[in-house]
Ligand binder design. Structure first.
Ligand code: NAP
Length: 280
């Protein structure tokens, strides 16, 4: 596939776990060169670490990172600070962002309208990754304003593959929906993983053995579901023999309201995402 990022310039504002995951993924996949990337970070030791590890320039001030590529015709600013830092960062960047620069935010709850108004910019991309992104195995839902051109959209798509898969969604509400399903998603999975491992220990397995049995079962089941393209209920029915162990287990899961609990958990996370986005 042709690399459409060969001319892009990237300024990462805030360079913690997620920004580093994107940078590492882009460089590992040879999608960009280190000269195409700058970042900003308030701590000196972190700046030195990032330069040593990735050969990128890291500024102390956020506006310096943005202004570094202000004159470039192909420049994207990635906002990767924690939500509670956003207001200050937007104030700092207010006069530094040029209209032709694309602003990509991965900040939970930061609304497109807020970013567009604060930065007087019409090219806003809002993306919601999840934690497996840290090993390049995440899924990122993203959307953007009409000001983002087709060529810029294609670049954002390529950029986000540094974190794993990406999925364009039509509306900003779908970003809140993805926040509750895929971005909060690892929490549901890890809790199920933990509960099953504990159940194995309860039966008498060592924790190590139980963990291995559970993790491989989860991984294999996901791969099987993806490769077979069968509905989960069909796959489940395949292993549910009359009067067998699965039938007894299913009875208890239904009795305990597993489906309802998961559905309520996702809905609660969605409502929280909407509420956080509405806060000033
Ligand atoms: N982690 C995820 O899976 C995930 C998923 C979806 C969305 N997100 C979003 O991604 C964003 C970043 O998350 P993260 O996990 O990468 O957090 P993080 O590791 O804490 O990264 C944020 C970085 O910004 C630095 N920072 C603090 N104040 C700053 C300032 N004023 N200007 C510039 N940089 C500053 C922090 O430095 P210090 O280390 O010194 O505090 C830290 O290194 C968050 O908004 C989060 O909502 C994360």
């Amino acid at each position: 596939m042709e690399n459409n990022l060969s001319n892009i310039n990237l300024s990462f504002v805030g360079c913690g776990v997620m920004a580093e995951s994107i940078i590492a993924g882009l460089l590992r996949k040879n999608l960009v060169k280190s000269e195409q990337i700058v970042a900003s970070h308030p701590r000196e030791n972190r700046r030195e670490d990032l330069t040593a590890k990735y050969g990128i320039r890291v500024f102390e001030r956020n506006d310096e990172a943005v202004e570094n590529f202000r004159e470039s015709e192909n420049s994207t600013i990635a906002l990767c600070v924690k939500p509670q830092r956003l207001d200050n960062v937007l104030r700092e960047l207010k006069d530094s962002v040029a209209p032709n620069q694309v602003v990509l935010s991965i900040i939970a709850g930061a609304k497109i309208e807020t970013l567009a108004e604060a930065l007087s910019n019409e090219k806003i991309v809002r993306a919601m990754p999840n934690t497996p992104s840290q090993i390049g195995a995440g899924i990122t839902a993203w959307t953007c304003t009409l000001g983002v051109s087709d060529a810029e959209r294609a670049q954002i798509k390529a950029l986000l593959t540094a974190l794993g898969k990406e999925l364009y969604v039509e509306t900003e509400n779908m970003i809140d929906m993805a926040t509750s399903l895929s971005a909060t998603g690892p929490t549901y999975i890890f809790m199920v993983m933990e509960a099953l491992t504990d159940a194995g220990v309860h039966l008498g397995f060592s924790r190590e053995m139980s963990k291995e049995l559970v993790q491989e079962t989860m991984l294999g089941s996901v791969m099987f579901a993806m490769e077979s393209h069968k509905h989960p209920a069909e796959l489940r029915n395949m292993v549910t023999s009359p009067g067998g162990t699965s039938a007894d287990a299913i009875y208890q899961m239904e009795k305990g309201g597993l489906r309802t609990v998961l559905s309520k958990a996702v809905y609660a996370a969605y409502q929280r995402a909407v509420a956080l986005g509405g806060k000033k």
